[in-house]
Design a protein around this ligand. Structure first.
Ligand SMILES: O=C(O)CCC(=O)C(=O)O
Ligand SMILES: [Fe+2]
Length: 275
């Protein structure tokens, strides 16, 4: 292992090595968005779509508009609002490249530079006190995702405490998952109570992004802060790493296929060589 680390260090830049060490220690990293203009554009597009859906005007302050959307919508209207906004965002051809640009360098360092990106994207909107749109503790890998995926999670407003998501840091997660079978008869909520003191809520201010491995247990709770949470999530993986249920061409799409891989995939040995 020590030998390996030394060899790896010789091939990686100091920045890449430092980032890799943080990721391998915690299972996640929180970083400033690499392309601030792209984040502003995405936030503005989300707020504009929400304002249009609600029949409201949007002034210059998209952050305040999103933070206070619970003043103009209720739980009954929430899912329609969420769907209207994500449809509008995904209808913009610039959206997915802009989203990738928020963490292109970090994804490259942690995952590789020949990538598949989720075709869709998730949007969470959590009104203060809303109990109806919660994602209980889970790891996506339990439900058909590949363990090789990295999730890029981007808040469009400050996401602090219960307004954010929680995660079981890597140092705790693997032990907890190893002992989980003992809790199989109870509910997820009961299980959550047993590990409550081992999870952390991730403070991710607007302007930053979170990259995490969805093999770590994570989820959210009732937002007990005074303002509404808005966040996007999208999965990336090294193009040629193993897939689970979510396949290339359906759920994932190659975004940075390199010419040598394209040529190699298309190559067929002349007849006779493989017989
Ligand atoms: O946004 C959240 O609270 C949870 C997100 C999540 O589960 C995911 O992106 O896999
Ligand atoms: Fe998840």
């Amino acid at each position: 292992m020590t030998q390996n680390m030394a060899t790896e260090t010789a091939f990686f830049s100091a920045d890449e090595t430092a980032l890799a060490e943080r990721f391998l220690r915690d299972g996640y990293v929180i970083l400033p968005a690499e392309d601030a203009a792209a984040l502003t554009r995405i936030q503005r597009a989300a707020a504009s779509a929400a304002a249009a859906h609600l029949g409201l005007d949007l002034d210059d302050d998209a952050t305040t508009f999103l933070d206070t959307v619970h003043e103009t919508t209720d739980v009954a209207g929430l899912n329609d609002l969420r769907l209207a906004v994500i449809r509008s965002l995904l209808g913009e051809p610039w959206l997915r490249p802009a989203y990738f640009s928020l963490a292109r360098g970090a994804i490259g360092a942690l995952c590789g530079n020949e990538l598949a990106m989720q075709r869709g994207m998730g949007l969470s909107v959590q009104l203060p006190g809303d109990t109806s749109s919660l994602l209980p503790l889970h790891a996506d890998v339990w439900d058909g995702d590949s363990p090789f995926e990295l999730v890029l999670w981007t808040p469009l407003v400050d996401a602090m405490k219960t307004k954010s998501m929680f995660i079981a840091p890597l140092a705790r997660d693997r032990d907890i998952q190893a002992g989980m079978h003992a809790h199989q008869s109870g509910s997820v909520e009961q299980f959550f109570e047993t590990i409550r003191d081992q999870i952390v809520f991730l403070d991710v201010p607007y302007g930053s992004v979170l990259l995490f491995s969805q093999t770590l247990m994570h989820g959210n709770r009732v937002n007990e802060e005074a303002t509404t949470r808005w966040s996007l999530n999208c999965r990336f993986k090294s193009l040629l790493s193993p897939y689970a249920d979510k396949k290339i061409g359906e759920f994932f799409e190659p975004i940075t296929l390199r010419p040598a891989t394209r040529m190699g995939s298309d190559y067929r040995l002349p007849r006779g060589f493989d017989e």
